[in-house]
Design a protein around this ligand. Sequence first.
Ligand code: NAD
Length: 365
Amino acid sequence: MKQVKICVLEGDGIGPEIVKQAVKVLKSACNARGIELELTNALLGGAAIDAVGTPLPDATIEQCKKSDAVLLGAVGGPKWDSLPSEQRPEKGLLGIRSALGLYANLRPAAIFPALRSASPLKDDIIRDGIDILVVRELTGDVYFGKHARKQEDGYEIGYDIMQYSTYEVERIARTAFELARKRNRRVTSVDKANVLETSRVWRETVTRIAKEYPDVALSHMYVDNAAMQLVRNPAQFDVLVTGNIFGDILSDEASMISGSIGMLASASLGSGKLGLYEPIHGSAPDIAGKGLANPLATILSAAMMLRFSLDLPELADAIEKAVENTLDAARTADIQDPSLPVYTTEEMGSYVADQVGQLLNNNKD
Ligand code: NAD
């Protein structure tokens, strides 16, 4: 019997409510295929500050490292906003990504047919569907270069060093090409090589690594053009790979194409199988505890976990299909439709879990 070990970090605000639904769905999928699911809870963010005085306890890092994958809700909230930056919940989030060596952030931007009207883009632009995977380098670039200030001619100057080594670019390029092989075999690498030396190293390196993947088509695009193309003709993209700062901006732009923050999943991966899976939204303190949170982004993050860390693509497909079916039957408040019932967080999770069970049981040989 296959066994999978998942470390669960519920976090703060709506974190515990949405993670419970994703766990329910994972249990339903694993039960249907006789897979043993071992779940361990650990503390992160505000919950960890309250319990042990630090946003990222060592015990949490150890527990994550012992697991096959990590499922996270969200961290933060007004209760901890006045703490110094080193002690804030968000520090725990950056800390766990770096402690686990997660350098690739994956954000799918797709449109569920049932939610097409929620997209801010015109119907003729999204008519043929959109399915983009943004792969953002997460641990290098100007965010991790030297930050400093100096005085010159009586003025204060702030500067931040942008840099990429060939090693950092090689590994994220390979991640993108490998992912493209499981999709439509197209990679668009985004940089600013007409201006930046960092980008010229990036472009040369991606071009060199592309030779290892002759079955994947590579194209290059300047970041300003990519920002424009994402809203003009997003269907042209399959995998879009880029550095940390460009990826920060473009992944938010791409994800908004799908129209609702409660639907957007993400994965952070390193060189091994261990990955961290979380919705892209925050802890939504304004709706915490009210049963209003949409759990689908967390449930879709669990599907990514099954695909990328646990080698269970059949279960991932079933969850994605179950979410699609659920959207035809019911909605949470953030994506409500006058013709469909409005479900609570709990009801939505249970509906998806039932759908997953049915889909997998119907497909049994
Ligand atoms: P947020 O994403 O928490 O909320 C923005 C808006 O979207 C709110 O109106 C909220 O109610 C709504 N929303 C978010 N998720 C939803 C869901 N699943 N279903 C329905 N509605 C949803 O962003 P914010 O308000 O700027 O931040 C709140 C807290 O979350 C802050 O402490 C912030 O630092 C933290 N935060 C954490 C993460 C993370 O853990 N990865 C990311 C972003 C923000």
